[in-house]
Design a protein around this ligand. Structure first.
Ligand SMILES: [Zn+2]
Length: 106
């Protein structure tokens, strides 16, 4: 897997993370901007760090089954989140969520 960001413009691996110019990563599920600089959902070796996104409540390494490339689990979870079916997620309207997803190219 790769930690390439859109800002570096490098060709990514199976998993692509979006990082803003200040080094904050966006949640790959919901597009929420990490409060902590240099926060990553997975280690550079590809191991999940078991952090929970404060916005969509996705737990990396648990809700994705801990298996690369994670994309389906992210997709499936994102659909539930958009449909308002995720318990513990931050309350947002559908249009707010869609706006936030633009951060991760969706
Ligand atoms: Zn999230």
């Amino acid at each position: 897997m790769s930690f390439d960001s859109e800002n570096e413009g490098e060709d990514g691996g199976a998993v692509k993370f979006y990082i803003n110019s200040e080094g904050h990563c966006y949640c790959p599920v919901c597009g929420d901007l990490a409060r902590v600089k240099d926060w990553w959902p997975y280690s550079p070796e590809g191991y999940p760090l078991y952090d929970i996104c404060g916005c969509c409540n996705f737990q990396f390494g648990y809700d994705d089954g801990g298996e690369a490339p994670y994309e389906k689990s992210w997709e499936n979870y994102r659909e539930s989140w958009l449909a308002g079916k995720v318990s513990g997620a931050m309350k947002m309207t559908l249009s707010q969520k869609q706006e936030q997803l633009k951060h991760i190219g969706l």
